[in-house]
Write a protein that binds this ligand. Sequence first.
Ligand code: ZN
Length: 212
Amino acid sequence: MDNNLQDIIVKTVVDILKQKDDSNGIKVGVSARHVHLSQKDLETLFGEGHKLTVKKILMGDQFAAEECVTLVSPSLRTIEGVRVLGPVRKESQVEVSRTDTFKLKVSPPVRPSGELKGSAPMALVGPKGSVFLNECCIIANRHIHMTPSDAERYGIKDNDIVDVEIQNSKPTRFYNVQVRVREDFNTEMHIDTDDANACAIKTGDRVVILEK
Ligand SMILES: [Zn+2]
């Protein structure tokens, strides 16, 4: 066979395989509003020595708990039945969508999880008590959790920023998506319900990381 033709065929096959690999993409998980609690706040809300009950394993040691709380904003707007995610953390954190912020009349910043300085205040009410937290409420940024082996495959390191695209009935590109790499993560992109609803995305859909 002509060498030139052989090169073209090989290149085409490689491109097709790459496309196939890319079309597989990264699984999306849609995050509904939720709270993370410190052990101290957990005990204030649910009673002394309380331990969270696992409802559903999410990834690694992360789980959705049976426990729910009510959010009460400083202007006394409320959202009931907000799921607690475990395990307990050093600091309590409330993650809501922008749509929720209109109901609650608060203006939290868009932040990576754990960056609470300058975030919005919120009171949490449980069956045994309540806490008022001066800085706890954020709109979570769009982020991708990634296993170290996938990160190596993509040539990505912890805290890199990527752009992703979804091809569906409402094709969309998300820019400046934070990637977090950790051994106990699954490779999964997390967006909130506003992003998901606006772009017709549901849990299990797949996005593709765009080449820089
Ligand atoms: Zn996440």
